[in-house]
Design a protein around this ligand. Structure first.
Ligand code: ADP
Ligand code: MG
Length: 328
């Protein structure tokens, strides 16, 4: 049996194979013909078409805000990804990395999608555990850990020990909402309408939570008055607000969570700090910003993009961790 950890992220699907490591990281999207329903492109190849397709081609994002919203396309995409990493004859056991507090109904959707893609055995684990395990934190019953996974559609934060979640929360905040706000913000600042790919690239290239960061990038878009193509130079400071607005939201929720845990747990949090991962954690200065706001040490994963699925790989590769971490 081949053991995989799979994160079907809102933005990026990551797959870890026990014995092989990270074997796939591709966009969770498809390009589909509106007329025939035929899939024209999958994954990264489809993503490159985003915002550039002709009328007849629709972009489909089958996972939205961490939830499967289109089971047939999610199944087709997963089958395509598995085809890239698994030889046909293998039976597959998969651990799905899901946001904290994912409902039974949502897990049933994952289950059906996984079965339709040919997976034999399906298990689930919540991402905050995996953020910590992906950073090689040794979990125990007596030492609570605090972790945040900040992705494209959802952010999950939890305080937990090997015994389970002490307090956890998932919110609809992530990179996608930042991208949308950046589009509006640039339209307001420069009267320039930019596309979704440009907005995301801008955030990921010059976005920064460091006060004096002064990176810049030339972006192309359409003048909202004349309708003509135009370019402007956008700096880190220009997009500080759309990024910090949502990071501040995450911090607000994290503080709420910390207020809910028993005093002993709080004390342990102060000592242990917070573990951070998820794509948005790659924004410059994220660790320092969170540490400063929460007044505790922040441990940023070495590779924030893959830490969760790496943690999932640790779980699926260990019977003891499977018994402790998997959702019942
Ligand atoms: N350097 C970066 N700065 C800010 N955001 C980033 C950076 N790199 C990636 N992201 C964002 O992280 C998100 C993807 O993170 P990921 O954890 O893979 O999300 P998911 O698991 O929800 O698919 C996207 O919104 C992407 O734009
Ligand atoms: Mg994720």
């Amino acid at each position: 049996m081949l053991k995989l950890a799979i994160e079907l992220g809102t933005s990026v699907t990551k797959i870890y194979g026990v014995g092989s490591g990270i074997v796939l990281a591709e966009s969770t999207c498809l390009a589909v013909s509106r007329e025939s329903g035929e899939v024209r492109a999958y994954g990264n190849e489809a993503k490159r078409l985003h915002g550039k397709t002709a009328e007849d081609t629709a972009m489909v994002f089958p996972v939205c805000g961490g939830e499967i919203v289109d089971e047939p396309h999610a199944g087709a995409l997963l089958e395509y990804f598995l085809g890239k990493v698994v030889r046909r004859a293998f039976r597959v056991e998969a651990l799905f990395c899901v946001p904290c507090g994912t409902s039974i109904q949502s897990r049933e959707k994952y289950y059906r999608v996984a079965k339709s893609a040919g997976i034999s055995r399906v298990e689930f684990a919540e991402t905050p555990f995996l953020v910590a395990l992906g950073q090689d934190v040794a979990l125990s019953e007596s030492n609570p850990v605090f972790a945040i996974d900040i992705g494209a559609g959802k952010t999950s934060t939890a305080v937990f020990s090997l015994d389970g979640i002490i307090a956890g929360l998932t919110m609809d905040v992530g990179g996608n909402r930042m991208d949308t706000l950046i589009i509006d913000h640039i339209a307001g600042l420069y009267h320039l309408k930019i596309g979704p790919q440009t907005s995301e690239k801008l955030k990921n290239t010059v976005g920064s939570l460091l006060e004096y960061d002064n990176q810049s990038m030339i972006v192309n878009g359409r003048d909202v008055v004349t309708g003509k193509p135009r370019a402007v130079t956008v700096s880190s400071g220009d997009i500080f607000y759309p990024i910090s607005k949502y990071v501040d939201k995450v911090i607000e929720y994290a503080e709420l969570l910390l207020r809910k845990v028993p005093a002993e747990v709080s004390a342990a949090m102060c000592k242990n700090g917070v573990y951070l991962a998820g794509g948005v954690a790659a924004v410059s200065g994220f660790g320092e910003y969170v540490a400063n706001k929460l007044q505790m040490e922040a441990h940023l994963a070495e590779d924030v993009h893959t830490a969760v699925v790496l943690g999932g790989g640790r779980v699926v590769g260990s019977n003891a961790l499977m018994r402790k971490i998997c959702l019942k």
